[in-house]
Design a protein around this ligand. Structure first.
Ligand SMILES: Nc1nc2c(c(=O)[nH]1)N(C=O)[C@@H](CNc1ccc(C(=O)N[C@@H](CCC(=O)O)C(=O)O)cc1)CN2
Ligand SMILES: Nc1ncnc2c1ncn2[C@@H]1O[C@H](COP(=O)(O)OP(=O)(O)OP(=O)(O)O)[C@@H](O)[C@H]1O
Length: 228
């Protein structure tokens, strides 16, 4: 159909009406793309960092884990009357299980985290050395009994961390959902090896920074962020 109005306009594609959109809505389009980019980047970065961690020999991981426990002992201080949530290590995470005995001996309570369901916050149940465990989601051992508690201190293993102490985890969103849902914000002590330090995790609105991160090299405190 030559000579139609269409041809006379001379455009190769329909005009863009983006400028007529509500700017907030146009922003959503950009944010959705950014979010997808960050998700893709995080997935690749998790794989790289977990592989690097598993690349450490078990002897090295044990030595580093012992140093991390020493620093945590200082940070926790007197555990009398408080609930400290540690974790059951997997995929090469530092093994801090000795802390459960120390916390109990000092008059505190140790607790383990439990995945109730994907997309839901974690819950915490008390656990002490020798008490029964059962297999939870992803086969992570969880207390078979114990009492549901709100921890005063949460020791959180990282896959990666940045200078602002933002945490990259396994991608379930459990950490941030749990902190957002707790009735009282606990002290959050991240733990990892120094090789898990990255320049940024590209923090998203849901990401909540940790108070400190402990590695075999010492304690990282967050650099001030512009919003502070
Ligand atoms: N030792 C330990 N226990 C813990 C945690 C932890 O970080 N370390 N978690 C701390 O919060 C929770 C478990 N978090 C997990 C989250 C995701 C996957 C996981 O395997 N995810 C999928 C991919 C998910 C995705 O990208 O959508 C996978 O790797 O195949 C495993 C554990 C509770 N218990
Ligand atoms: N408070 C929240 N409310 C709703 N969704 C959330 C919340 N926190 C995280 N998510 C969602 O969970 C997904 C994974 O988040 P993120 O990449 O921060 O996981 P992660 O911190 O690496 O994982 P994990 O905490 O399980 O170790 C994201 O798509 C995010 O939108």
């Amino acid at each position: 159909m030559t000579g139609s109005d269409e041809d006379d306009r001379g455009y190769a594609s329909p005009p863009c009406f983006m400028h007529e959109l509500d700017p907030a809505c146009a922003g959503l389009v950009t944010n959705a793309k950014q979010e997808a980019d960050v998700k893709r980047w995080r997935k690749a970065e998790r794989e790289r960092l977990i592989a690097a961690r598993l690349g450490l020999s078990s002897d090295t991981r044990r030595t580093y884990g012992d140093r991390i426990v020493e620093a945590l002992r200082e940070l926790i201080g007197n555990p009398a009357g408080i609930v400290v949530s540690a974790y059951w290590p997997f995929r090469g995470e530092p093994d801090l299980r000795g802390l459960f005995e120390e916390v109990d001996a000092g008059g505190g309570r140790g607790a383990l985290r439990i995945v109730v369901e994907r997309g839901r916050p974690l819950i915490f149940r008390t656990w002490g050395k020798g008490e029964p465990l059962e297999r939870g989601v992803w086969n992570i051992p969880v207390p078979a009994g114990g009492e549901e508690v709100v921890p005063d201190i949460v020791i959180s293993p990282v896959v990666g961390f940045d200078p602002s102490c933002y945490r990259l985890g396994y991608g379930g969103g459990f950490f941030d959902r749990t902190l957002a849902a707790l009735p009282k914000r606990p002290r959050v002590l991240g733990v990892g090896y120094a090789l898990q330090a990255i320049p940024t995790i590209y923090p998203q609105p849901h990401d909540i920074p940790m108070d400190v991160v402990v590695t075999e090299e010492g304690v990282v405190t967050p650099v001030k962020r512009p919003a502070d």
